[in-house]
Design a protein around this ligand. Structure first.
Ligand code: ADP
Length: 432
């Protein structure tokens, strides 16, 4: 800028000197006239190049950029370089975009780019197959016009960056089970990812059926064995102390196997149950009184069991499942709390949610185990769990029941001091 101004100054100054020389040799009028003509020509030349620049900017093409003269030559040269750099960056960017599209197109999972109104901006081929989109026609259409499942619409409206949902779709004549996940990015845009999990679901169903069938088949023979053992041990009153001990051990082990099979059956029934559990209005205070009196039977007076329930706090749930989940948590507290310990059972509203919690003063759990407790057959101490009659499936069952009620399990524990297991039910379940 400085340069251009000095250039203009020196040009006008030189012209002024020329005009002064003319004035010295001729007269002042001629000199003034010459100066005026020179200045007007100078301004006209600027106007001319400004006009050229303005015209070129309407249709900026590198091949037609004006050459300019004087200060304008520099300006046009700079515009030319800037335009070339811009064109190069544009080519690089569009190459990168093209490469990204090829890469996203080659993904085995479906990818749909949604704008802030959930309209389709772009999608790859697997997404077209999974969700029945034809990109050429459906671009800029709201995704909910094409995927009409109620569950999907709700997921899209409320949930981003949370657990994926499963969606059953039919593509052509083929049925598919998809896992749908929404990921937010940029300013309110979303990526919708779809994965075909039909095969995994099929294998999982086979595994569930296998466990359910085996458990079912084992139940009858075990009941028969248990029954006859009991009859045999009672038939002959003269059997030796040692033989009686063997009978007792056999009956105890049969009972354990029966419990295990019952838990396996419960778990596979819960896993197979696609629909929400039967819902009824539950008088939780009443249910907890039943749970606590059963717990007292289990404890046989070895623990102090306290109940603090908010009587007017009730929820919609399946009574059978709720009973099973609460009993599991309370019986765990008893089994993992040494004699003389306290168990506090509570049912309270907290932050607009309904919270059932069981606090014990038992053995506690080391932090590294906490995240794994709800896995099937995961036990912190195998021998202790067996001793206390555990199957290793209790918390798995609790987790399934809670998730069927959109509730969550929270575990806090201090090793050697005790644990608190809480089941937190959402506001939507509370009967107001
Ligand atoms: P189990 O039948 O072995 O009790 P669960 O699934 O009910 O199986 O529990 C899994 C494991 O979690 C148990 O083996 C035990 O180590 C631990 N656990 C559960 N509840 C408690 C508790 N209240 N205090 C300490 N440990 C517990």
């Amino acid at each position: 800028m400085q340069d251009i101004r000095w250039k203009a100054f020196w040009l006008l100054f030189s012209w002024l000197i020329v005009c002064l020389i003319v004035a010295a040799f001729s007269d002042w009028e001629t000199a003034w006239l010459l100066f005026a003509i020179g200045t007007i020509a100078y301004l006209w030349r600027h106007l001319h190049w400004m006009h050229q620049l303005n015209r070129w900017l309407d249709k900026p093409d590198l091949n037609t950029i004006p050459m300019g003269s004087g200060a304008w030559e520099d300006i046009f040269a700079k515009v030319y370089h800037e335009q070339r750099r811009h064109a190069r960056t544009k080519v690089q960017l569009s190459n990168a975009l093209e490469r990204f599209r090829h890469a996203a197109g080659a993904l085995p999972d479906g990818v749909v780019l949604l704008d802030d109104d959930n309209k389709i901006e772009w999608c790859n081929r697997p997404a077209e197959l999974h969700l029945g989109i034809a990109l050429k026609q459906d671009i800029h259409q709201p995704i909910v016009y094409l995927v009409r499942s109620q569950e999907f619409v709700q997921y899209l409206q409320h949930h981003v960056d949370i657990d994926p949902i499963k969606l059953h779709t039919i593509s052509g004549s083929q049925e598919m089970m998809l896992e749908i996940r929404l990921v937010s990015f940029g300013s309110n845009q979303k990526l919708l990812l779809s994965r075909d999990i039909s095969q995994i679901e099929k294998l999982d169903a086979m595994r569930r059926d296998f466990i359910a069938n085996v458990s079912h088949e084992l139940r009858t023979p075990l009941t028969v064995v248990g029954g006859f053992l009991e009859t045999l041990s009672e038939m002959d009153k003269t059997i030796s102390k040692q033989t009686r001990q063997y009978f007792d051990m056999m009956m105890e082990q049969t009972k354990r196997m029966q419990l295990l099979i019952e838990d396996l059956l419960t778990l596979s029934q819960l896993e197979a149950g696609k629909s929400a559990p039967d819902e009824e209005d539950i008088d939780v205070d009443n249910l907890l009184n039943v749970v606590v009196s059963e717990a007292k039977g289990l404890s046989k007076g070895k623990h102090q069991i306290h109940l603090d329930a908010q009587a007017d706090l009730n929820i919609k749930a399946s009574r059978k499942e709720l009973h099973s989940a609460f009993s599991n948590l309370v019986s765990n507290a008893i089994r993992y709390t040494p004699e003389g310990g306290d168990i506090f059972v509570s049912w309270q509203a907290h932050n607009q949610e309904a919270v059932f919690s069981v606090r014990d003063t038992g053995i506690g759990i080391e932090p590294e185990h906490i995240n794994r407790l709800t896995e099937r057959f995961y036990r912190v101490d195998r021998s202790r769990s067996r001793e206390t009659g555990g199957t290793g499936l209790g918390l798995s069952i609790v987790k399934h029941i809670l998730s069927r009620h959109q509730a969550r399990l929270e575990i806090h524990s201090e090793f050697g001091k005790g644990s608190t297991f809480s089941a937190v039910f959402p506001k939507a379940r509370i009967i107001s």
